[in-house]
Design a protein around this ligand. Sequence first.
Ligand code: NDP
Ligand code: 2IT
Length: 448
Amino acid sequence: MSKVDVKIEGMYQEVLKRNPGETEFHQAVLEVLECLGPVVVKHPEYLERKIIERICEPERQIIFRVPWQDDNGIVHINRGFRVEFNSSLGPYKGGLRFHPSVYLGIVKFLGFEQIFKNSLTGLPIGGGKGGSDFDPKGKSDDEVMRFCQSFMTELYRHLGEHTDVPAGDIGVGGREIGYMFGQYKRITNRYEPGVLTGKGLTWGGSLVRTEATGYGATYFVSEMLKARKDSFEGKTCLVSGSGNVAIYTIEKIHQLGGKCVACSDSNGVIYHEKGLDLDLIKRLKEVERRRISDYVATHKDAKYIAGGNIWDIPCHVAMPSATQNEINGKDAATLVKNGCIAVGEGANMPTTPEGVKIFLEAKISYGPGKAANAGGVATSALEMQQNAGRDSWSFEYTEKKLEDIMINIHRNCFETAEEYGAPGNYVLGANICGFIKVANAMVAHGII
Ligand code: NDP
Ligand code: 2IT
């Protein structure tokens, strides 16, 4: 190991020691730190100023009690989190996740990723993330409302359009943002649209925000395919999950000439060889809040595989859009063996380190989440711009901006990988490119 590598390894060991038990956070930190050796050789000031050590320590972490009553009057207590990780480039920005698996280690991994993702967008947003171990599944609308109100009753004091601006993530969509916005407005007596993104279209939301993560991830893959002189035309695709990101990934794949044959949820997989019926999936998931297993009641030629593994299905393009670590080493090997040439991550950190290694060694086009799924937060920043200007842009105008942002992110990652001697390695490109901008701002701001 070189001297620099030894130093960086020491920093990683310190992160392990200071943050015991937070395995997802450790994984996210290691993936970035592994790429930084050649960067600090070029920029010794980053070492002198302890930029890496500072980036790994959140600026502020908030943990709070969220009590609420269910429809039968029973009291429940959940835990709320907001990790304000880094504000070098702008106010803390990042989603809220409501899922029973949420604990500090998940929120920190997501917040850490968000720093570099937001930097890659080229827009003025810092990194943060939050959420709760509340499980929205099976809860009534009123229960979700009461939970959101209680959650915001603590969180509001930490937010503001120039301070911290949350949005959605797993388990948090338009409905939840609405209830949280209402409670924020009520407590503060301020109509401050810029405090949350992903709002409804009639009260400060932006067109294209709903579609943005999925559309953006598909644009990113389209750019990766172009770079290998290929396109989506005629490609068989897999998209895991069946939530917000998955739905609009499938939509854009179909618009670009690909055919998505499978999607999933935490219970099983839908396989429809002639191509998924997206209108049906939208109705089941967005309108009726049902499960994808109901898909086969309408399409007798489709298969529901309870407990199935979507990555066993042969494809050209895979777009994991459910959750972290959903592709392990074995799944990655299966995908490569079955002829997969591109993987674009709609989800955050969906591939385990073993899986990433297999994709990189196989030299398929692999777009890591912090680059490929940046279209969601980028469009959130566009929503903030519209709110600040009391403006609202057309769908076409906003979508074109999103597409340009994704093309730019792809180009920056691609060129950075070449500059650092690893052509085609988007992991290295994204981590270095995202890091340098934050590091330079931190150097400029002094030791704070
Ligand atoms: P949704 O809540 O809308 O959908 C989540 C989907 O993933 C559901 O189909 C859900 O299935 C599945 N899923 C969630 N957790 C698990 C799990 N532990 N095991 C298996 N399946 C699971 O969330 P989003 O679509 O918004 O988010 C999906 C991914 O995209 C997340 O990784 C998120 O961080 C990332 N992302 C989201 C952005 C956004 O703008 N929304 C932006 C960038 C990234 P089930 O219903 O069974 O739980
Ligand atoms: O992971 C993500 O980038 C998001 N969940 C979206 C964050 C945002 O602020 O729009």
